[in-house]
Design a binder for this molecule. Structure first.
Ligand SMILES: [Zn+2]
Length: 199
């Protein structure tokens, strides 16, 4: 499958292995992925991440459900998790940032418990379909990468002008140009659109 990876240099590959979801995980067909400042920093060495980049996305499951996902994945079975401290999971991974391939690809796998199925009001409504990708910006009023539900509520009630936060969109094949645009001073959100992912 096609994927934007960083292995010391940023490159679009067409031969990245299709991810096979292990038990408890689901495979998501990615429709759009946003480029975050964190992604740009990773290409400069942050977190020493190697593999597919990307932690802001909207996609769909095999049944057509539209989903977004949390970036932190925990195993729920280690001693630390069983104590209830999942943020310190011994086997923790972070989507596109730490030991887990990210969403700038045609497909990504995530724990099923970490995905959020979008409500019907989000279906097929163009401006709102872009909404999950700017959740980081929306939650800047509180804490960055904050919880989804309050952000979703703001978007659902049209209290956030999403289009005004978008700068440009590029097909995944042009991911290198997209990163250059996202790195430019004053750039707003730049998105990668997967094939067939224009909605
Ligand atoms: Zn754990």
């Amino acid at each position: 499958m096609r994927a934007l990876i960083f292995d010391g240099r940023l490159q679009v590959r067409d031969d990245h292995p299709m991810p096979e979801p292990p038990p408890g995980e689901v495979r998501v067909r990615v429709r759009r992925a946003g480029i975050c400042r964190t992604d740009v920093e990773i290409t400069r060495g942050y977190m020493d991440h190697r593999g597919v980049l990307g932690h802001e996305f909207v996609g769909e499951l095999a049944d057509g459900s539209r989903v977004v996902g949390e970036i932190n994945a925990y195993d729920a079975t280690c001693e630390t998790c069983r104590r209830g401290d999942v943020t310190q999971c011994e086997n923790r991974t972070v989507l596109g940032i730490f030991r887990r391939d990210g969403a700038m690809a045609e497909y990504v796998t995530l724990p099923a418990r970490g995905t959020l199925v979008l409500k019907s009001t989000f279906h097929g409504v163009h401006p709102l379909a872009l909404a999950p990708l700017v959740v980081d910006e929306v939650t800047l009023v509180g804490s960055r990468c904050g919880p989804f539900p309050p952000a979703m509520r703001l978007l659902e009630q049209h209290l956030i002008e999403v289009d005004a936060l978008l700068d440009a969109e590029y097909p995944l094949a042009h991911g290198i140009e997209a990163f250059a645009r996202a790195s430019a001073p004053g750039a707003l959100k730049v998105q990668l659109v997967m094939e067939g992912g224009s909605v």
